[in-house]
Design a protein around this ligand. Structure first.
Ligand code: ATP
Ligand code: MG
Length: 180
């Protein structure tokens, strides 16, 4: 499974429709302070179902909608689409390409789509469950978290490494088996 592209429109500082293609290999996103680098990683977290506005540096969820600038009026909806290459069927679905879309309107209406079909948030969270890239996994590490990880106690750091490597899942299974 691989991240192919991200389309962002009306989300945070991305007023214009913006498409980012991720080529094979490592992608680095560079730019001056305040240019929207963190907003890109938040777009990924948001489309995967993030429900906490605070985790997206806002007060309320509509804060993710482009709020306007000196030259531009505010917009009425935020939309993010993430496209994944699933030719290895790492995600449990027949689709070899998976697209996930989330839209939010100022009036509070919210839409989720999987491969262009309207779906529930649960359908998205279920698809990514155990994939290591859900909204609560360590695959996304935000600014500030890195420092917190380096400064954490060895036990806590070990927990993080076990989460990232998928060892935790087996530890839980072992504990469960020992209890039974
Ligand atoms: P740094 O290098 O300092 O980490 P960055 O490239 O990560 O910066 P971001 O934090 O992604 O930058 O972007 C911050 C910018 O996004 C700010 O200018 C902020 O005003 C803008 N922004 C955030 N939310 C909205 C919104 N809803 N509407 C318009 N602009 C927004
Ligand atoms: Mg940043």
């Amino acid at each position: 499974m691989k991240l192919k592209s991200l389309e962002i429109s009306g989300f945070k500082s991305f007023a214009d429709d913006t498409k980012i293609d991720f080529e094979t290999g490592v992608t680095g996103i560079v730019g001056p302070n305040g240019s929207g680098k963190s907003n890109i990683s938040e777009a990924v977290r948001w489309v995967l179902g993030e429900q906490s506005a605070k985790n997206l540096r806002g007060q309320r969820m509509p804060d993710v909608i482009f709020a306007g600038s000196a030259e531009r009026k505010p917009l009425n909806r935020a939309m993010v689409t993430m496209v994944l290459d699933n030719t290895d069927h790492y995600l449990n679905t027949d689709y070899s390409e998976v697209s996930v879309t989330r839209k939010l309107f100022r009036n509070g209406d919210s839409v989720y789509q999987l491969n262009g079909q309207e779906c529930r948030l649960k359908d998205i969270t279920d698809l990514f469950l155990d994939s290591g890239i859900g909204d609560d996994s360590f695959s996304m590490i935000s600014q500030g978290r890195v420092e917190a990880i380096f400064n954490s106690k060895p036990e806590d750091r070990r927990f993080i490494i076990e989460e990232v490597t998928g060892v935790s899942k087996y530890k839980l299974g072992k504990q469960k088996a020992q209890r039974e």
